[in-house]
Each structure stands twice: as C-alpha cells, then as structure tokens.
Design a protein around this ligand. Structure first.
Ligand code: FES
Length: 157
C-alpha cells in the first residue's frame, strides 16, 4: 500500500476536519477533495477510511459507485455533455458523436496528451436550453460542436 503525498494527506485531513460535524460526511468530503485535487486518488482511500472511522471497502464502494468521482487526473479541459432526455430530444447524441470525432476522445476518456477529458452527465438543470454541457465547470446551453470548440478555445486563451 502506498501513502498519499504529504500535501494530499494534509488536504484530506483539512477537508475531513471541516466536515467532521456532519452525520454522514463521506460524500461531501469526497466532493470537496475532488473539487480541490481534481480527482480521488486511490491512495486517499485508506486515509479517508481511518479519518472517518469507516472501512476501506466502504470508501472504495462509494468512490466507484458514483460516476461523478474521477479516479484519474482530469485533462486541462473538461467537457461533460448532458445525455438526459430533454437534451437528447434536441440533439445531445449527435453532439456527443460529433465531439468524439472532433476531439478524438471517447466519452469517459481523457486524451493521451492530457488536453481534454470528455464525459457525460445526466441533467445539468439547463433542460430548456439543450443541448447542454458543462465546460470546465460552467454550464452552457444551445450547443453544437462549433460552439463547444469555440468556448474551449476562448477559455484556453
Ligand atoms: S436534460 Fe440536459 S440539462 Fe436537463
């Protein structure tokens, strides 16, 4: 078993301390760690289990159950296209297929050069403005491939 780096261990302990008062803090703690570290490193799991008095299997089970928890570092740009019903009805599937071709990355993968993580999500609360996607944490609507690529380019410059 390997251990998290000292900065990562410090991050985990500070996040746990900030949420220790909650009755069931695991999900909130995992979300906070991902927000700050970008993903849930495998090495965090034993430390979290100890800090929260849970088994490693409990923590591992939650991390692997929820698709929102990333287990690898994300790309520099993260695109999450909504594939829920309202967005599907206005072309989300075509948008996903076109973006896979344009980005050279399949849904659920990160480009080999680390430039882009392409993922899916099921509803961003922007249903009236579909197709919707979250690009680097910001929700955008009425998207097509050109618009997604323009937003990515604008954010990179
Ligand atoms: S269905 Fe896509 S944002 Fe709600």
């Amino acid at each position: 078993m390997t251990h998290p780096t000292p900065p990562l261990a410090q991050l985990v302990r500070s996040v746990v301390d900030a949420h220790r008062h909650l009755r069931a803090p695991l999900l909130v703690v995992l979300q906070a760690i991902q927000d700050r570290a970008g993903y849930i490193d495998e090495e965090v799991i034993p430390l979290l289990a100890t800090e929260l008095n849970l088994s490693r299997a409990d923590v591992h089970g939650v991390v692997t159950f929820y698709r929102d928890f990333r287990r690898e570092p994300p790309g520099r740009t993260t695109i999450r296209v909504c594939r829920a019903e309202a967005c599907q009805s206005v072309g989300a599937e075509q948008l996903v297929a076109a973006l896979e071709r344009a980005l050279g990355v399949k849904v659920g993968q990160t480009a080999d050069d680390g430039s882009t993580t392409f993922d899916q999500v099921f509803c961003l609360g922007n249903c009236a403005l579909g197709p919707s996607a979250q690009i680097n944490g910001q929700v955008h609507g009425r998207l097509d491939t050109d618009r997604v690529l323009a937003i990515v380019q604008a954010q990179a410059s």
